[in-house]
Design a protein around this ligand. Structure first.
Ligand SMILES: Nc1nc2c(ncn2[C@@H]2O[C@H](COP(=O)(O)OP(=O)(O)OP(=O)(O)O)[C@@H](O)[C@H]2O)c(=O)[nH]1
Ligand SMILES: [Mg+2]
Length: 483
């Protein structure tokens, strides 16, 4: 059974003490040898636990209960058998001014697997429970210090593989998306409240919410939500990378191109057509932008069962691609078959960007621009050599252009990068569109408010105003222990 947590209901009145949950502890730094590692604990009673295990060097009577927040203390960790475990610096954060909002202590120990594990063990023996993945961040969320979008942004920041992903996580952490969604939610809540007030006074036939104004506001909200939904097309690039299919006839030089971009011999290259059978996928970061390069089996009719399966998989990859790099052996003119293939590919993947790469230009005396008759305008051929990397500057610059939209992230604007958010926004749009057409038909107020409430629920679920344990578990299980 889902346990509903409605943060609005559980919000603490101003000035009231925050809720402190059972004490937890975990190692907050990666496992391994290093200069220092941090073991942290948080929750109710950790000040007493700290006093049990920590002896301040200069002040044996020292107590965390009396010490001020945001202070650092040098001392020893002592276990139950009175053995000294490590010399540490303890940093104290008192509620509500800590990461979790609870009382927290971070012990800076000597880095090293055994030292760190033994310090942690001492805290567990003194009364802490081992924290679950993301539990510290989950507490920060439950106590209202951050919303769910911000909690997820912390996870995204830790896992960011590119500067673009890092920038978007930072924008989310600063609240760019939360703010936008909160404003939308407030407008929706107000419209909903006014309509529901009419229902309370239905016998008097009062109109609290002017219908024209309502329809106008609804359109504006839909416009904003649709812009956010559209931003996911770019946001997806940031989080998952731009899916880039390298395709073309056998022997055109696709695998050589993959290897050259990656700077390593990832795929087998040979002069025998049909070398690549299954597709190969590799991450490639170009000036902070993530591309997922997919080398595919050369496209041709083949009687070979394995090769045919590879070609089938190549077509599937092409359909999912955001960018298609069509590799053509530039020593020959673009054949009828290739022209038809490109035409079909453009039809199949109308949203994908397309670059025509005329490869092996190292073999040519002069530039040999292929005749593009029969192809839609806008296809710009780029002369390259996968072997010598001739023309790679132009190729990389075109690849970067495809990833346009970078500016938006640099400005810290609200971009949807998370599948969960995108899905909730899609459902909210669906409900609001129903409300909009009901309003146009002058339908019963009750029907309209029901769809508005559904849309409100969806938007609230993104920021975490309304959420379930299942959703929270799903989000926080992806975090590391100690975060
Ligand atoms: N001169 C020259 N040879 C190249 C270039 N790119 C690839 N080749 C050669 O072309 C042959 C085929 O290269 P691959 O990279 O295996 O071609 P492919 O498109 O992956 O081929 P399949 O996997 O069979 O579809 C190899 O002998 C490469 O060395 C280039 O830019 N210049
Ligand atoms: Mg190949």
């Amino acid at each position: 059974m889902n346990n509903f947590i409605c943060r609005e209901d559980s919000k603490h009145p101003p000035g009231a003490p925050l809720q402190q949950l059972e004490p937890i502890a975990a190692v907050a730094t990666p496992v391994g040898e290093g200069a220092i590692s941090i073991v942290r604990m948080s929750g109710e009673g950790i000040l007493n636990i700290g006093d049990k295990v920590f002896q301040k060097t200069t002040h044996p009577q020292f107590s965390f209960n009396v010490a001020k927040t945001h202070t650092a203390h040098v001392g020893n960790i002592i276990n139950q058998s009175n053995q000294m475990i490590d010399e540490v610096v303890a940093v104290l954060y008192k509620t509500p001014n800590s990461y979790t909002t609870e009382d927290s202590i971070e012990f800076n120990c000597h880095g090293g697997v055994i030292v760190t594990e033994t310090v942690l063990q001492t805290l567990l023996e003194a009364g802490c429970r081992l924290a679950e993945p993301g539990e510290f961040t989950r507490r920060a969320f439950l106590n209202g210090r951050i919303d769910l979008v911000q909690a997820e942004a912390i996870g995204e920041m830790i896992h960011a593989k590119t500067t673009a992903a890092y920038r978007s996580a930072m924008a989310h952490l600063k609240g760019a998306l939360s703010e936008k969604l909160s404003k939308l939610r407030e407008s929706l809540l107000e419209a909903c409240a006014l309509l529901e007030l009419e229902l309370d006074f239905s016998e008097e036939d009062l109109e609290f919410q002017n219908r024209d104004e309502f329809k106008h506001n609804l359109s504006a909200m839909l416009e904003e939500l649709e812009a956010l939904a559209d931003s996911f097309n770019y946001g997806k690039f940031v989080s998952e990378g731009i899916s880039t299919a390298i395709i073309g006839r056998p022997n055109a030089g696709k695998s050589t191109l993959l290897n050259a971009l990656l700077g390593k011999d990832r795929a087998i290259v040979s002069a025998i057509p049909g070398t690549t059978r299954d597709y190969i996928e590799e991450r490639f970061v170009l000036e902070g932008l993530l591309f997922r390069l997919i080398d595919t089996a050369g496209l041709r009719q083949s009687a070979d069962e394995l090769e045919s399966e590879g070609i089938k998989r190549s077509y599937e990859k092409i359909e999912e691609a955001d960018l298609i790099l069509y590799v053509h052996d530039g020593q020959n003119p673009l054949s009828e078959v290739e022209t038809e293939e490109i035409r079909q590919l453009q039809k199949r993947s109308p949203h994908a960007k397309f670059l025509l790469l005329c490869n092996k230009s190292d073999k040519l005396q002069s530039k040999n621009n292929p005749k593009l008759s029969g192809l839609t305008s806008g296809i710009k051929p780029i002369q390259i050599s996968a072997l010598t990397q001739l023309g790679f500057d132009e190729l990389k610059s075109e690849m970067k252009t495809v990833a346009s939209g970078m500016d938006a992230i640099q400005e810290g604007s609200a971009i949807v990068t998370n599948q969960r958010h995108a899905e909730a926004i899609r459902l909210a749009i669906e409900r609001l569109k129903v409300a909009q057409s009901l309003a146009k038909e002058d339908a019963e107020t009750e029907l309209i408010t029901s769809d508005l409430r559904d849309a409100l629920h969806q938007i609230g679920s993104i920021i975490g105003q309304v959420t379930t344990d299942d959703i929270l578990n799903h989000i926080f299980e992806k975090f590391c222990i100690g975060k």
